[in-house]
Write a protein that binds this ligand. Structure first.
Ligand code: NAD
Ligand code: ZN
Length: 341
């Protein structure tokens, strides 16, 4: 099959012919139709410090996808050939304390497709049947292919108390843009979204954010909307130190900050004034809750209250990987997807 691989330690990805993968007895083989491109793929493409430490070439890259099941292992009972599916890309051991207490999203034995084992920028991928998620007939492969990052947004938003809340979203990358629509659909009283990038602010507004602002105007917007009190919830979706400090500053006393964005360096925090005496609750987001987040995501999509399609701005074939990476790095894109079949 054709696959985008990291063939050796160094920058870039190459489209190569590799052997078709074979499912084990408890796995299924999926023909990939759409695959989303994510910041993680950019790190692997660039071969930065994180990628160098974590990724062992040769490996097929990519972890967001949707497609059709074309073969099932002999032990698989609930997935059939022809099923339209996406999948949870975090493969957990299912046996540790975290998995057995309903916290598999933080399983210490997690293996991520496209990072720790072969991924989805390919004609076919094998997945454990337990990770497969069926798509409703009405859900397109495009939307199926972005369930992973959309799930990050659902997890971040819906583990906070959103109905009736004043919400600030710092960072309108694809995940922040999804979150604006999710918070509105979940009944937020007002959603303010900040970013330095006007294109992305426009997408957040299109998804339903009530007010979109540059970071230097966020304080004023929050003060005006909340009579000076601060927002009930901040979704920190940038990973940028200035935005993290702003999140802690603009949340109200006793409020909650949902930490999704991943800073690339240590961020000094004055815990006494920024967190403790404000009585804040901080929540670190990892992936998607298995499978609460998936159930919520499917039901929101089914209800029609949340439509993520405007977030997809660019589509490429696999052999245009360099252009896809360029578009993402330029900041001109919402969600970028590969059209594979
Ligand atoms: P992204 O990294 O493209 O989005 C970040 C956005 O923040 C950009 O649009 C950028 O312009 C904006 N920004 C920069 N400075 C800002 C500031 N001072 N105030 C407000 N916004 C600012 O894309 P993404 O894919 O949406 O990911 C968001 C973050 O979440 C990233 O840090 C990513 O690494 C992280 N992430 C975390 C998880 C998890 O499980 N915790 C999963 C996926 C992604
Ligand atoms: Zn586990």
């Amino acid at each position: 099959m054709k696959a985008l691989i990291k063939g050796s330690a160094g920058p870039g990805l190459v489209l190569a012919d590799v052997p078709d993968p074979t499912p084990r007895d408890d796995e299924v083989l999926i023909r990939v139709r759409r695959a989303g491109v994510c910041g993680t793929d950019v790190h692997i493409y660039e071969w930065d410090d994180w990628a160098r430490r974590r990724v062992k070439p040769p490996i097929v890259v990519g972890h967001e996808f949707a497609g059709d099941v074309v073969r099932v292992g002999s032990l698989v009972t609930d997935v059939k050939v022809g099923d339209r599916v996406t999948a949870e890309g975090h493969i957990v051991d299912g046996r540790c304390l975290l998995c057995r207490t309903g916290n598999a999203h933080v399983c210490p034995y997690t293996k991520i497709i496209g990072v720790d084992r072969d991924g989805c920028f390919a004609e076919f991928i094998v997945m454990p049947a337990t990770n497969v998620w069926h798509l409703d007939d009405k859900i397109s492969y495009d939307i199926g292919g972005i369930h992973d990052p959309m799930g990050n947004a659902f997890h971040t938003a819906l583990t906070a108390d959103i109905p009736g809340a004043y919400v600030l979203i710092t960072g309108c990358g694809p995940i922040g843009i999804f979150a604006a629509g999710i918070c509105k659909a979940a009944g937020a009283a007002r959603v303010i979204a900040s970013d330095v990038n006007d294109r992305r602010l426009a997408l957040a507004a299109a998804m339903g954010a009530d007010e979109v602002v540059h970071p230097d105007k966020a304080e004023e917007a929050v003060r005006r909307a909340t009579d000076g009190l601060g927002v009930d919830v901040v979704l920190e979706m940038s990973g940028v130190p200035a935005a993290i400090h702003q999140a802690l500053a603009l949340v109200r006393v006793g409020g909650r900050v949902q930490m999704l964005g991943i800073p690339t360096t240590a961020v000094p925090i004055d815990f006494a004034t920024e967190v403790i005496f404000k009585g804040l609750t901080l929540y670190g987001v990892v992936g998607r809750r298995m499978y609460d987040t998936w159930i919520q995501m499917t039901r929101f999509l089914r209800s029609g209250a949340f439509d993520p399609s405007p977030v997809i701005t660019h589509r490429f074939p696999l052999d245009a990987v360099d252009e896809a990476m360029r578009v993402i790095r330029s900041g001109e894109a919402g969600k970028v997807i590969f059209e594979i079949a």
